[in-house]
Structures are given as structure tokens and as C-alpha cells.
Design a protein around this ligand. Structure first.
Ligand code: ADP
Ligand code: 5GP
Length: 211
């Protein structure tokens, strides 16, 4: 009984666990995350990554990403400012220490939207997140979603599809992810995501109610 009390107390003090969301480009990570952050805006905070890719229409600098040049990004990496970084589809991406600290300082659940290389590198840190992968129902559906999104050149699309095949294969590795969500029907996928995060959501609400 005391053990349970202390373990609850300790986990409340340690703050909520971050969440890593991974999965192929076009699987629906941003769609699901935006919805989650809108419904639970005082529970989740997004870790704003740095990238050298160009902003898409509607994306906001400092909100979706910090858009930087290769020189600036490399300088930040060399200065030890990043927890992890990777090259995806020809562009650099990375999670800065500040991006995660900003969210954790507010006692929010920090969400990291990162690729498979990022997952592997975060596993080497003491961040201890919940690992979730969002998977498409099939390659064909993924390709259709990516084409319909109209954000990629043909070259970028082909690179992303190739990375998706690798991602879908690696994601089957036992123990790599805590939760696998197949985003076929959006409502069902969103419900599954909420269900998976219920315990952490409750923890954040308990912390904010007691402070
Ligand atoms: P990611 O962030 O993983 O790259 P997006 O969230 O941008 O993926 O989703 C890719 C495209 O697929 C978007 O145009 C989005 O509106 C659409 N989409 C996402 N989920 C579904 C779904 N369940 N059914 C149909 N289209 C979807
Ligand atoms: P997009 O260009 O579609 O926004 O993102 C492309 C890929 O980069 C996605 O798989 C996304 O999860 C990943 N990504 C975004 N930010 C980061 C990051 O900071 N680190 C890593 N490793 N991957 C990232």
C-alpha cells in the first residue's frame, strides 16, 4: 500500500512521460496530433523540431518547426544543442534540448513527432517516453494520401515512399513501440490514441488540480 502511494507520488513528481509519435510520412501523425492538442490544449505540448526543409503552406515558423539553414542547424548540433538529429528525405531534422525543456517546464506531456532514426536515438537517452507508431493501412493508401496532400515534389514523394517501406518493416520489431495504431478510419485511430494516453492525461490533470 505504502509502496503504491510512494510510487504514485514519485511519478507525479517526475512529471508526465513524454510521447514519441513516429510512423511513415503521410500516415496521419500531424492530423492526429493537431486534433489531440486542440482537445487537450492544457495537457499536451509539442516539441517544436528544427528542420532545413521549406515550410509548407499554412505551416508557421516556431509552431510547426523552426525553419533554419543547414549552417545554423549544423552549428546547433556541433554546440550540443540537440537531443537527436537525423537526415530524412534529403533534409535535416532535429529535436533541441530547449524544445523538450520548454514543454516539460510547464508540466505538460511533451510530444515528439520524429522519424525512425530519431526513435532509435531517443532510446539511447533517459527521456523514457511512451513510443507510439502510426501506420497506414497499406502502401497504396499511403501513396494516395501523400499525393492528395499535394505537398511533395515527385522526387520527395518517392523518397518518402521508400522510407515508408523501411519504416513499416522495422515497426514490426518486437518491443520497439509500445503502441501500434493503424490509421485506417480517422475516428477509430484517434480514439485508440486517446485511450493509449489516458493514464498520462489523468496524471497531468491531477498535478494541475493539486497545484
Ligand atoms: P503525417 O503527419 O504522418 O505525414 P498527415 O497527418 O499530414 O501525415 O496525413 C497525410 C494526409 O492524409 C493528410 O492530407 C491527411 O488529411 C490525410 N489523412 C490522415 N488520416 C487520414 C485517414 N484516416 N483517412 C483519410 N485521410 C487521412
Ligand atoms: P515532414 O517533412 O513530413 O514534416 O517530416 C518528415 C519526417 O521527419 C517525419 O517522419 C517526421 O516524424 C520526422 N521528423 C520531424 N521532426 C523530427 C525531428 O526533430 N527529428 C527526427 N529524427 N525526425 C523528425
Amino acid at each position: 500500500m505504502y509502496m503504491r502511494y510512494f510510487s504514485r507520488l514519485y511519478s507525479a513528481m517526475a512529471g508526465p512521460r513524454p510521447v514519441v509519435m513516429s510512423g511513415p510520412s503521410g500516415a496521419g501523425k500531424s492530423t492526429l496530433l493537431k486534433r489531440l492538442m486542440k482537445e487537450y490544449d492544457s495537457v499536451f505540448g509539442f516539441s517544436v523540431s528544427h528542420t532545413t526543409r521549406n515550410p509548407r503552406p499554412g505551416e508557421v515558423n516556431g509552431k510547426d518547426y523552426h525553419y533554419v539553414t543547414r549552417e545554423v542547424m549544423q552549428q546547433g548540433i556541433d554546440n550540443g544543442e540537440f537531443i537527436e538529429n537525423a537526415v530524412f528525405s534529403g533534409n535535416m531534422y532535429g529535436t533541441s534540448k530547449a524544445a523538450v525543456q520548454d514543454v516539460q517546464a510547464k508540466n505538460l506531456i511533451c510530444i515528439l513527432d520524429i522519424d525512425m532514426q530519431g526513435v532509435r536515438n531517443i532510446k539511447k537517452t533517459d527521456l523514457n517516453p511512451i513510443y507510439i507508431t502510426i501506420q497506414p493501412p497499406s502502401m497504396d493508401i499511403l501513396e494516395k494520401r501523400l499525393r492528395d496532400r499535394k505537398t511533395e515534389s515527385e522526387e520527395s514523394l518517392q523518397r518518402r515512399l521508400h522510407a515508408a517501406m523501411v519504416d513499416m518493416e522495422i515497426s514490426k520489431e518486437p518491443g520497439l513501440f509500445d503502441i501500434v495504431i493503424v490509421n485506417d478510419n480517422l475516428e477509430a485511430a484517434y480514439d485508440e490514441l486517446k485511450q493509449a494516453l489516458l493514464e498520462e492525461i489523468t496524471k497531468v490533470r491531477e498535478i494541475s488540480a493539486s497545484s
